[in-house]
Design a protein around this ligand. Sequence first.
Ligand code: SF4
Length: 576
Amino acid sequence: MSSGNAIKSEWLCKSNHTNKRRQIMSDTNAEQPIDVAVVDPKALETAACQPNGTVHARQQGINDVTALDIEQMQGIYGYSDEARQIIKNENLLPAGLLSRLHASYPQHSGLMAKETHMFAEKDQYTGLSGFRKVVEILQANNIDIGDIEERELFVEVYRFLATKHSLNSIDWTNFYEDSVFQLVMPQPDMINKQTVAEYMGASLAEKKKIVSDYQEKTSPHDGNQQLNKPWFENEQGEIEFLDGSQHKYPQCQLIFDKTTQNCFSFCTYCFRHAQVRGDEDMFIQKEIAQIHRYLKVHQEVTDLLITGGDGGYMPASRLEQYVTPLMEDRELLHIKTVRLATRSLTFQPEMILSAKYDKMLAVFDKLHENGIQLAWMAHFSTPRELLNPTTIAAIRRLQRHGVVIRSQSPMMNHISLFENKDGSIDIDRSAQNWIDLANIIGTMHISFHSMYCARPTGEHHYFTAPLSAVSKIFDKIYRALPSINRPSRHISMTTSAGKISIMGECDVRGERAFALMFTEGRNMAWLDKVFLAKYDETTNDVKLLKPLAGDTFFFEEELAQIEHDLAAALNNRLKA
Ligand code: SF4
């Protein structure tokens, strides 16, 4: 036996099984064969092994998922020949990775699920008829989700859209506990009891009126979003407003392109439902060149954020029109990152595993080769969204083309936060969801950008949790994670003033307080200051917190002035 210099630590196993030997070629000396003992890891008795410096009993690794399993899962997921070929050619589903994920997180993993998928007929199920079709398929499989009329009221108010991937991701043997079930399927108690009571048993005409009256009452925007519409003076000295854009923080400009006004599935908590439902105050960017004109006079912008709806809806040819000048025009050298905000990795990852998607990958390659970061902003909030072969393969395919995937995720009750029986938040279970998620996305080379509490829109009461509970959960997550897997900032909540982070709790001369700090602000100078608010055990909205000392927070007077000036500019525009 060669002692081979590539083998550092060697172990002699004293178990009874016979070690088979084979020869492999050393990396360091291709000519010289090295003997390696091949053992069945399941037969190894760890306690019986001890180092003796002479024999290397090489284990075969974690092999919970075999090549045969991978073949079978591609059948269960109904992959086309084309998708299978792409996966094979690009090594998108390595057994070692799948085995590690499945072995580490069996409680979340759908990798080895053997059930035939129920939803195979269509890619998407849309509107009331789509919802009814889903219910029909479930019933044909002896699954009754109940409360159909109440769920239909929600569908009529907020619309319904679910992909076959999201529906097949649900663990239907335990759907009440399933996060994706809560994420895409309407639930009882989302809409208040009084409206539900009026709706149940009403005539068709009455139902229509109840729905439209209720839609009027929902408040998708916080009222100040129109103030974020940017404007600039063009070369002719005229004022131009951008109708499909927001520019609230200096470095980042949001674009709501005309092609991204849809989503792959609709989240039940959607805080942009005006945008995807087509209400009058939608932001829609039609002209691409106008964005480039704006950017040339706003050298402080470094990041373009393509969002919607879902930024993943933008066709490759249109994305190319947005990004080509960024690579070719010296006056746009200040743009360093294009962010694509999309939930397609959760809802329709199979689109990335197609030859049709190659055009998009070519645009990503071009960006990468020209030094512009393509940041893919995913919104994972539960481990189950990642632990399926399609999402894993899609992530790996994007990464091969220089795409940097980051995850920014809302903390939502019933989805990524969980309740005790008494309705209080289960701090430990909720924290564990995020700890597992953070470690999984770390394994997948995805960076954990942020966690946030959503603005109070839609049926906020159902999804919200007290800031005090959220802060405790965040503390546990932060302590449990290695620094490189932690979210890049403390948990934050968006207000008209900016994004306010909850840094934690403190005690000031015997009075309990929240320590707060801006991570983004209408005035970026505000980011330097920690400020204190009275501790509140029950509130779920950072806007409702009161200053620990005095009547107002330090930024409020200046904010009022900034908003006044923006509103005046907007009014002038509307009068023009
Ligand atoms: S992806 Fe965003 S915009 Fe679309 S439904 Fe979900 S929350 Fe709303």
